[in-house]
Design a protein around this ligand. Structure first.
Ligand SMILES: Cc1cc2nc3c(=O)[nH]c(=O)nc-3n(C[C@H](O)[C@H](O)[C@H](O)COP(=O)(O)OP(=O)(O)OC[C@H]3O[C@@H](n4cnc5c(N)ncnc54)[C@H](O)[C@@H]3O)c2cc1C
Length: 277
């Protein structure tokens, strides 16, 4: 049970959503944009989140897009992970989504909620990082289009009233060779000890990670080390691990040394499979 009352609206336009957010914010209602609701409902039940106003953005047509627009794949932020898994428009994204949660939860969890949520893993970001996706952000002045790399720095950098409307990915990237692997502590379903998503583009490996540090990341320095053909494969991988943006995480799921062992082997497999093909 959610231990507090709140107002709920489902606006049908960006302007309406932002104007309600601003009004409720001014009234002290601590409004929240709502997509799949799995995280909001869980946190509210645990009293880790409080709000007097929920703004469900699934009624906004752009949030429900899932289609090719010329050479771009456009994905609305309210598209569920199960829908992305089913269409296979971007096979790497479909594969990553298939490994997040169980099927029933994936029918609810949205790509927007996964990207903007508080949970540190946010695995759906990984294919979008390697694809250099563009994010379309709903703002006071209309829709702002930005590179994913300019908005995601550890967390998604949005102003409180802004929200993620849709995502665009180049068709060419969706056709490249790809690999994705996830290792969990026990079962197929579970938070990752290590999750990686990679593509092979013009002889180079582009790779993003979750579960290794306290936020999902893709790093130029890591890729430079991995793609340095003057070094042995072992040296390329150990240099890449040295370039991780923070120390490898240690928690009740796995020690830092076990995570390093796993990520080392996953990178080794990935590069060998790409370079052999
Ligand atoms: C059983 C289970 C297993 C899971 N396992 C994994 C896992 O292995 N890996 C993983 O990465 N995740 C996992 N998750 C976490 C899950 O991915 C998040 O809870 C989920 O992504 C939240 O998505 P949602 O659509 O339900 O978001 P919501 O609950 O609607 O929103 C989450 C947060 O994002 C904000 N938000 C939502 N949409 C937008 C938007 N468009 N613009 C701006 N802000 C927005 C909301 O205000 C809220 O703060 C699991 C969840 C469950 C229930």
């Amino acid at each position: 049970m959610i231990p507090f009352d709140f107002d709920y609206v489902k606006p049908e336009s960006i302007q309406e959503a932002i104007s309600i957010f601003r009004q409720w914010d001014a009234e002290g209602k601590e409004p929240k944009y709502f997509c799949g609701g799995t995280e909001i409902i869980t946190m509210a039940r645990l009293s880790q989140l409080h709000t007097k106003g929920i703004i469900d953005i699934k009624g906004i047509p752009d949030c429900r897009l899932l289609e090719w627009q010329n050479d771009l794949l456009v994905i609305g932020s309210a598209i569920s992970l199960a829908q992305l898994e089913a269409v296979q428009y971007f096979p790497l994204l479909s594969r990553v989504c298939n490994r997040i949660a169980d099927h029933t939860s994936r029918c609810k969890i949205t790509i927007g909620g996964n990207i903007c949520g508080k949970i540190m893993y946010r695995e759906a970001i990984l294919p979008l990082l390697v694809a250099n996706a563009k994010l379309h952000i709903a703002t006071d002045d209309g829709i702002k289009q930005v590179s994913i790399h300019d908005v995601i720095e550890r967390e998604v950098q949005l102003l409180p009233h802004e929200f993620l409307l849709k995502i665009a990915v180049d068709r060419q990237v969706t056709t490249l060779p790809y690999l994705s692997e996830k290792r969990t502590r026990i079962d197929r379903i579970g938070y990752p000890i290590v999750s990686i998503a990679a593509i092979h583009n013009q002889g180079e490996v582009h790779i993003a990670f979750s579960g290794v540090c306290s936020f999902p990341f893709r790093s130029e320095k890591v890729e430079q080390a991995l793609n340095d053909q003057t070094l042995s494969l072992e040296k390329r991988i150990s240099s890449a691990i040295q370039e991780f943006p923070e120390s490898v995480m240690e928690d009740h799921h796995a020690s830092a040394s076990f995570r390093k062992f796993i990520v080392h082997n996953l990178m080794l497999d990935t590069i060998e499979r790409f370079e052999r093909a």
